[in-house]
Design a binder for this molecule. Structure first.
Ligand code: FMN
Length: 186
């Protein structure tokens, strides 16, 4: 798919099935992630790929974090957390590895990791896959962060759920002029 077509036609899909990107396709997607703009080449990111049974372990991390936050939590709520990563055949956790730097603020490093996440979404779409970028409480939970190796100023940017779309929702039409203006000289 042409790059511009990929940008103009990407649409999130929550209903995902096998196959997920793997092998050469997954490699291309991860290479696309690394082409995100990155001030001072800090490479402020880490990507953790969860497939097959690893998704269940991620679900266990979610459930454990909820239990630690609320020891009285109902079993049904824990079970719901356990099942979350099973909503797609592949989940990629994107972590912004943020360091103190004399010139590059934390916000720029976070933006770079976010751009890498978006490159993943676009590359997956260009290769015929679909997905949805999800966050939720788990992204900001200290126990989840710790388990995924996000320490210090690191942030979990999101969990990218990828697979083959079961449905193809329509692409909404936006009037770009609502958000774009040309600066007029005084
Ligand atoms: C940082 C970030 C976190 C998000 N978290 C969630 C989420 O937890 N659950 C959800 O349904 N959508 C979430 N979204 C929104 C979807 O990824 C998606 O963009 C939205 O549903 C609009 O669909 P579209 O991408 O097709 O325009 C998040 C998006 C971003 C950028």
């Amino acid at each position: 798919m042409d790059a511009l077509d990929a940008l103009l036609t990407r649409k999130s899909t929550a209903l995902l099935q096998e196959p997920a990107p793997e092998g050469e396709n997954l490699e291309k997607i991860m290479k696309a992630a690394l082409r995100a703009p990155d001030h001072a080449c800090l490479r402020p990111w880490k990507f953790i790929i969860f497939k097959e049974g690893a998704r269940e372990e991620l679900g266990e991390i979610y459930a454990e974090a909820l239990r630690l936050k609320n020891p009285e939590v109902a079993d049904a709520a824990l079970e719901k957390e356990r099942k979350k990563p099973l909503r797609a055949p592949l989940v990629i956790a994107v972590i912004a590895k943020i360091q103190d730097h004399p010139k590059i603020p934390h916000s720029e490093q976070l933006l770079s990791a976010g751009a890498a996440a978006q490159n993943i979404m676009i590359a997956a779409h260009a290769l015929g896959f679909g997905g949805i970028w999800r966050s939720g409480d788990v992204c900001f939970d200290e126990n989840v962060k710790l388990r995924l190796g996000a320490t210090g100023h690191d942030e979990i940017v999101g969990f990218l759920y990828l697979g083959t779309p079961k449905t193809h929702p329509p692409i909404p039409e936006f009037n770009h002029s609502e958000f774009v203006q040309e600066w007029k000289s005084a």
